[in-house]
Design a binder for this molecule. Sequence first.
Ligand code: N01
Length: 473
Amino acid sequence: MSGILAGIRLREAGIDDFVIYEKAHDLGGTWRDNTYPGLACDVPSHVYSYSFAPNPEWSRRFSPGPEIHRYLTRTAEEHGIRERIVFDREATACSYQDGRWQLEFADGSRDSVDFVITAVGVLHHPNMPEIEGAASFEGALFHSARWDHSVPIEGRRVGVIGTGSTAVQIVSAITEKVETLTLFQRTAQWIMPGQNPAYSEDEKQRYREDPAAIDHLRTELDLSFTRQFSDALIGSESPGMKRIEEMTRQHLEAKVLDPELRDRLRPDYRAACKRLVVADGFYEAIQQPNAALVTEEIECIEPAGVRTRDGVLHELDVLVFATGFRAHDFMRPMRITGRAGKTLDEAWDPTPRAYRSVSMPDFPNFFMIVGPHSPVGNFSLIEISEIQVGYILKLIERVRESGSGEICARPEATDRFNASIREAMKGTIWVTGCNSWYLDANGIPATWPFTVQTFRDEMAEPDWADFETIPAA
Ligand code: N01
């Protein structure tokens, strides 16, 4: 999503000398990798779209994953970006030498460039938990982001480990198809109801004929959805947060009839502390006669299934790890070395950090889309990426116009920015006592603790005093 965007925007800015390297055989990132049943985006589709490529054809408020993948593919093709992508070319190293970035690839090839923009996403590296005996399992075992479509699930005994957004979508989609569905829950999740009506043919026709109607809808969704979440999450005691807590609580109370099951599904932390799951259909699915919620801790995996600490063996044919991603890896395992041999691992010890999510001291002419402390969460990452790409282009233009050789954030500006992030984090819902992929190794959320509007405002124009530029040699 963000690489396609960068290509389109570079071209619009008159910069045509670029290459997009892609390690896989197709474009689409998360929407290429994830193909699990029930895959959808829980951000409304008309907001989860590029601003320059409105799509009157969205089928639903929250459209399914394959439709999003087709949208990205079509947009890339319409803008002539597909032919600019070198597929099956995994970058392994990137080092700054004599004013240029030297790139190395897994196939042994190399390139040398003036600027690097990383567009590698956040939720990219599957988290495979080390559960004893996993290799001995005689059924099929795979991660949700590597769904094995050669394995039938119809009429079979399927287990799912994890209760994040992914597991909730999978369970809602497959329970009626499988013989038994066993959900292994380590931590319960608050779930926000997310009604998902289809757009009627009349509505689509109106959007086709009148692009302003889509603009209007985007503005409405921005007010009702993005701002509702963004303002609430950063104020753990805000009225918006209280409303979210009440909605999720009522959702559980109204939908789950058995008090014992309801208790087991009720989290012991506050709603939205973990990334809020937005979904309809999960509570219905888990109450089906062929579904079981297992809250006993997993002891090990055996050839026939999963054994829990109470000694019970849950026999399975298929086991899905819906266990999330290593969100804090960002561009790694790529080896990135900046000025004077400074490595990314050194710069990010003990935790990933950047200036306004896009730039880092000692890594000149190196820019990140969706870098550390980007507003990730229940918002459109497409909008966030558009803002970042706009900002990055201004930095590149500065270098080109001034004839300077390099630009990167100043260390003191980066320290100041990160100090302000840490201070603001204290008031957010993410630090109210839960474990989540937002938190880094030190328990600090790696997200944006201000409103999305603040991000828009602060990223509208670089504060040039916060950057150092060095004249070309
Ligand atoms: O992953 P997660 P996800 N034993 O990290 C459990 C986006 N997304 O793939 O909570 C047992 O949220 C873990 O348990 P616990 C969205 O941003 C968006 O579901 O750590 N369980 C947890 O329940 C989302 O937040 C959409 O105790 C283990 C689960 O696995 C992000 O992707 C759709 C375990 C991981 O949950 C990630 O979601 C889908 C173990 N050893 C995803 N290890 C949209 O609709 C982990 N778990 C936009």
